[in-house]
Design a protein around this ligand. Structure first.
Ligand code: CP3
Length: 345
């Protein structure tokens, strides 16, 4: 059975001969091919070059032989047509020179994003479809409203999210207005990617774990519900809220087809919380790939033995591949998962 079928069958909870496998951040600085591309082009210019994005991901898929490609892009370029001045500093990550801090900042954000402003993302989907083998699945993605808001309000990466949390508590009305616009933008992006040929989409809520469950319910959950309703079940949706397994009972009430799980909870325990009627993706700690092969295989087998034969399981890391990762370790991991055979008993 080919990789695309394995992934789509897992997302529909149909039994598979082995779990499908792909890796978050499977194209990136740990790969020589990617570093070579980046010698000649800035990260943002790369994201806006569909041909080069497609080639970058196709190279990574070729090296790893994973079952799925995620488009090469980023969650943040969508903030540019929303009126934010985004830059990626060399080595330092994203910086937004004009963060969202008050009422006045709302005026510059369109209430509805014109899809033409992010046409390069949709072209990346169609170019990637052409660049990868037909038997691989293609995954589109966007940042979740909360995670996008955290960058828009903090002005970059953050540890404590002081500005964002203060804004949401002090001015819930303004918070809702901002979150509505980010929700719309994410929906416009994902719908366009689906139209352009994405087989499934993933929503990255990378910083959800900065919140406790009550705040997640109040300030984030309603917008996730709206976003998923806009997508309307056209293709399977994977929701990845990282960082705090205590959010899983709330997240599991969302109408997503699959849930990404980080390494902070045993995957079988996460699945109990989420419920047997949804698919689950995860959850190897990405730092395991920095260890020796024996450790990699032992940790991989632990996950496979716990859930590998369950319909609805997708093997992945619990977060993105780290730039320090030896490529041969990622290759060995993928091979190990592919060797796992679900017994018919
Ligand atoms: O291989 C893939 O997964 C495809 C592409 C992809 C990237 N970013 C490429 C990238 C995907 C799916 C993302 C998602 C993304 N981007 C997330 C959600 C996943 C997560 O990691 O939690 C987030 C939070 C971002 C925002 C972002 N982009 C940051 C904070 C940074 C700088 C720090 C870092 O980790 O590099 C980026 C840059 C980025 N996005 C790079 C890549 C390959 C590195 C750019 C470079 O230096 O060449």
């Amino acid at each position: 059975m080919n990789g695309k079928s394995l992934l789509l069958r897992a997302l529909r909870l149909q039994p598979n001969p082995r779990p499908p496998v792909w890796l978050m951040r499977q194209a990136g600085r740990y790969m020589a091919e990617y570093r070579a591309v980046r010698e000649n082009v800035s990260f943002l210019d790369l994201c806006r070059n569909p041909r080069l994005c497609a080639q970058t991901m196709a190279d990574a898929v070729g090296v790893l032989d994973v079952d799925a490609a995620i488009i090469f892009s980023d969650i943040l370029p969508i903030l540019v047509p929303l009126g934010f001045d985004l830059e990626y500093t060399p080595g330092g990550g994203p910086v937004i020179a004009n963060p969202f801090r008050g009422e006045d900042d709302l005026a510059r954000i369109p209430a509805a994003l014109d899809p033409d402003r992010i046409g390069f993302v949709f072209e990346t989907v169609s170019e990637t479809r052409r660049a990868i083998p037909g038997e691989k699945a293609l995954i589109g993605f966007a940042g979740a409203p909360w995670t996008l808001a955290s960058y828009a309000v903090e002005g970059g990466s953050s540890r404590r999210f002081i500005h964002t949390k203060t804004l949401m508590r002090r001015n819930p009305r303004l918070w809702s207005a901002l979150m509505d616009r980010l929700t719309d933008a994410a929906a416009v992006s994902l719908l366009g990617q689906i139209e352009a040929g994405a087989d499934a989409v993933q929503i990255f809520d990378s910083w959800a774990g900065a919140l406790g469950p009550a705040d997640y319910e109040t300030y984030v959950f309603p917008f996730m519900e709206k976003l998923l309703a806009r997508l309307g079940g056209r293709v399977p949706v994977i929701y990845f809220a990282a960082g705090n397994p205590a959010l899983l009972p709330a997240a599991a009430r969302l109408d997503a087809d699959a849930f990404g799980i980080d390494w902070r909870i045993p995957i079988e325990r996460a699945w109990e919380i989420i419920g047997a009627n949804r698919a689950v993706q995860g959850n190897l700690d990405p730092t395991v790939l920095l260890a020796g092969q024996e450790t990699i295989f032992a940790e991989t087998d632990r996950i496979l033995n716990a859930v590998g034969s369950r319909p609805g399981f997708i093997f992945n890391l619990g977060h993105g591949v780290l730039k320090e990762t030896p490529v041969e370790n990622a290759v060995a991991l993928v091979r190990r998962v592919k060797e796992f055979a679900v017994s018919s008993s």
